[in-house]
Design a binder for this molecule. Sequence first.
Ligand code: SF4
Ligand code: SF4
Length: 231
Amino acid sequence: MMGIIGDLLKGMGVTGRQMIATIFGDGMITTEYPKEFREKPDRFHGRHVLNRYEDGMEKCIGCELCAGACPARCIYVRGKENPADAPVSPGERFGFVYEINMLRCIFCALCVEACPTEAITMTHLFEMSTTNREDAIYTKTELLINEDGSANHMFPDDRLANLSELLQADGWMRATAPQGRVEYEGIPGWTPSAGVGLRPPEVGQSGDAAARDFTLPDDATSPEVQPDEEE
Ligand code: SF4
Ligand code: SF4
């Protein structure tokens, strides 16, 4: 009996301390969303975008690797041959149809990881509530970044959405170099990823161990082949 009363008093003590801190101090741990938006962590996985190169070309080459990697089977891609006189992407093919069913997506970013051209990346926007299932299927119209670097949303008038977060890139991690070189296996690098244009080499994947801002494991060796020597 005494144990129960002791636990009760302990619990009331925690509640009381939190209440006093909230009223008189800086103990408030909630924000008045949507009037106020909480800053998200760099690695936050929100809505996807399809990126472009500086010249406006689409980065997606319609290879369907993202669809193959997706554990929720929510990506549908159809590739099409690039027209010779007006290619849409630098590859042989481009993403002719691209759809993501956001109701099925678990925001794991495996599609981002699988993409060889950094065409698909994620942003910080998460407001995607819908009143019907059809509106949860994002197509190229919403996903593809515009040539001026802006991004479209399914609900541009959504009062609850902070649309600036569509341009806030996730910082994502690749455990291996884009070229799949074994020297980089297990050496992670972070990079901001949404938007237009080419990004600087990822930290840890430039071939220069001295430039990395992390410590290599004791048994790791610096890559012998420098990027310049590859050409
Ligand atoms: S984030 Fe994960 S679940 Fe969502 S589309 Fe990409 S791979 Fe599929
Ligand atoms: S988004 Fe990337 S992985 Fe998916 S089809 Fe396009 S190029 Fe291939």
